[in-house]
Write a protein that binds this ligand. Structure first.
Ligand code: PNW
Length: 456
C-alpha cells in the first residue's frame, strides 16, 4: 500500500462525505426559516475573518440536486448532512414549519433513490436565535426544546432515515461558542460555558430517547471531535497541561457519554470557576444511555505546554482558561490552517477509546479532512495523501470501524474563517455556486470502485 491508495476495508464498510446546513445551504430567509445564532453572530463586526456569512454559501437549498449528483458520481454509500433547526422550528419552540421539513424530505428521497444512506445530524451549531435570547445552551430548557425538535424531524423522516446523530462536536458549541467566543454566540464565560456543555449532553440524552420513540429501530449516536493532547516536552508541568487539555476537549464529553460519569479531576479543574450547580440527579444516567454508534471527528493532535493562566483569579476565568497553550511541533507538517498532520493521532484516539470503554459501540469517522487556503479548483495532491494515510491509521486501530466520511463534499462556509479555507472534494465557485470535482474526487471515486470490485 502506498500513500495514494486506500487500504482494503471489509465488505459493508460505508464510504461517504459530510456537510452541515449553515455551511452549505444559504437561503437563510426562505420558506419561513428563522434566524440562528450564526446569522446573528456573523453580522457582528470582526466575528468572521472575511466579513462573510452563510447567507448564500453554496446555495444547496436550491442546488441540492448537484450535491446528490456529486455523491452518486463518487460512488458514495452514505451522505452525512445536518438539518437546520430554525428551518423546522423557526422560533425554537411552538410552530413547526412545514416547508422546512419538505426540503429535507426531498433530499432524503433523492438520496434513497440513488442508494445513498442518509446520516442526519440534528444539531450542527445553528441554534434558533429565539432560544439564545432565552439563555441558549446555558439554560436547561434548551435541551428540552432540542428533544421536541428531534422528535418532529425523526417523525417526518424516520421511515427513510435510519441513522441519526444528535450533536456535532458539543465541545465547539459550548467551549468555542461560550468560553472562547470564536463561534456563535460569541460569549466568554466560565460557569455559562460549562453549563452549556452539560445541557448539550442532557439534550443529547433526551434526543436519543425522542428519536427512538419516533422511529423504533433507528440507530442513534453522537459525534465528538477528539484531539489527543500530548505534552510538548516530558516536563511534569507540560504533562499536567496535556492532562488538563484532555479533560477539557475530550474527556468532558467521552466520559459522561460512554462511561456515565465526568472524569476524575474535571470538577477540581473548575473549582472556583463554577459551582456546577446545573447538574441534576439522573442526568448522567440519561447522558450515558447506550448508543448504537459513536461518531468521531478527527483533524489533529494537540501539543500542549503549560502556560500562565490568563486570569489569576479562578472566579473570573473563562472555561478555556486552564493554563495550557497549544504549541507547534518541530518537524511535523501542517495544513494551510496550521493544523499538524499526524494520522497516528487517529489511531491513538480510537485505541484509547477502546481501552477505556469496554462497551464501546461501533465507530464511524464522521469527519476528517484537510483545507487548502489558496484557490485551486483542480489539483490537490495533499488531500489524496491526507485521506489515504488517515484511513490507514483508522484501520490500524483494530476497533469496530464501520465507515469513513470525508469533510467535506464541497468547499463551504468555514465558520469564523469564512470562505478562505477550502475542504472540498469539489471546488465551489462563489457566488455562482458552480461545483467542480477536484483530483481528489476522481481519485476517491476510482479507489471506491476498486474496493467494491474486490469486496463483492
Ligand atoms: C469541524 N476550531 O469544525 C466541524 O464539524 C465542521 O463544521 C468544520 O467545517 C470542520 O470541522 C473543519 O474545521 C471545527 O476552530 C471548526 O476549534 C473549528 C474548530 C474546531 C472544529
Amino acid at each position: 500500500m502506498t500513500d495514494s491508495e486506500l487500504p482494503r476495508m471489509p465488505a459493508g464498510f460505508l464510504w461517504g462525505a459530510a456537510t452541515a446546513a449553515y455551511q452549505i445551504e444559504g437561503a437563510v430567509a426562505e420558506d419561513g426559516r428563522g434566524d440562528s445564532i450564526w446569522d446573528t453572530f456573523s453580522r457582528r463586526s470582526g466575528a468572521v475573518a472575511d466579513g462573510s456569512s452563510g447567507a448564500v454559501a453554496c446555495d444547496s437549498y436550491h442546488r441540492w440536486r448537484d450535491d446528490v449528483d456529486l455523491l452518486d458520481g463518487l460512488g458514495a454509500g452514505a451522505y452525512r448532512f445536518s438539518i437546520a433547526w430554525p428551518r423546522i422550528v423557526p422560533s425554537g419552540d411552538g410552530e413547526v414549519n412545514k416547508p422546512g421539513l419538505d426540503y429535507y424530505d426531498r433530499l432524503v428521497d433523492a438520496l434513497c433513490e440513488r442508494g445513498i444512506r442518509p446520516f442526519v445530524t440534528l444539531y450542527h451549531w445553528d441554534l434558533p436565535q429565539a432560544l439564545e435570547d432565552r439563555g441558549g445552551w446555558r439554560a436547561r430548557d434548551t435541551a428540552e426544546r432540542f428533544a421536541e425538535y428531534a422528535s418532529v424531524a425523526a417523525g417526518r423522516l424516520g421511515d427513510r432515515v435510519g441513522d441519526w446523530i444528535t450533536l456535532n462536536e458539543p465541545y465547539c458549541s459550548s467551549i468555542v461558542g461560550y468560553a472562547e467566543g470564536r463561534h456563535a454566540p460569541g460569549a466568554t464565560e466560565g460557569h455559562g460555558a460549562l453549563a452549556a456543555a452539560h445541557h448539550l449532553l442532557v439534550g443529547h440524552g433526551l434526543a436519543v430517547a425522542a428519536v427512538r420513540a419516533a422511529c423504533p429501530g433507528a440507530r442513534v449516536g453522537i459525534t465528538l471531535n477528539l484531539s489527543p493532547a500530548v505534552p510538548a516536552t516530558s516536563s511534569e508541568a507540560d504533562r499536567d497541561a496535556a492532562r488538563r487539555m484532555d479533560l477539557l476537549v475530550n474527556r468532558q464529553f467521552t466520559d459522561p457519554v460512554l462511561g456515565g460519569a465526568y472524569p476524575d479531576g474535571f470538577d477540581r479543574l473548575y473549582a472556583g470557576v463554577s459551582d456546577l450547580s446545573f447538574r441534576r440527579a439522573g442526568d448522567l444516567a440519561l447522558i450515558g444511555a447506550p448508543l448504537d454508534f459513536l461518531g468521531v471527528n478527527y483533524y489533529y493532535r494537540i501539543h500542549a505546554a503549560a502556560a500562565p493562566y490568563e486570569q489569576p483569579d479562578p472566579a473570573l476565568r473563562t472555561a478555556c482558561d486552564i493554563g495550557v497553550r497549544s504549541v507547534p511541533r518541530e518537524g511535523v507538517p501542517v495544513t494551510d490552517l496550521g493544523w499538524p498532520i499526524e494520522p497516528r493521532g487517529l489511531t491513538d484516539t480510537l485505541t484509547g477509546l477502546a481501552g477505556r470503554f469496554p462497551g464501546l459501540p461501533p465507530i464511524y469517522v464522521t469527519e476528517n479532512g484537510v483545507a487548502e487556503v489558496r484557490e485551486d479548483p483542480g489539483a490537490d495532491p495533499d488531500r489524496i495523501r491526507f485521506i489515504a494515510t488517515h484511513v490507514a491509521a483508522a484501520a490500524e486501530a483494530g476497533v469496530d470501524l464501520r465507515g469513513y466520511f470525508y469533510w467535506s463534499l464541497i468547499d463551504n462556509f468555514e465558520w469564523a474563517r469564512g470562505y478562505g479555507p477550502r475542504f472540498g472534494l469539489a471546488h465551489v465557485d462563489y457566488p455562482t455556486g458552480n461545483r467542480t470535482p477536484r483530483a481528489s474526487y476522481h481519485w476517491l471515486r476510482d479507489q471506491l470502485a476498486r474496493q467494491h470490485a474486490t469486496t463483492v
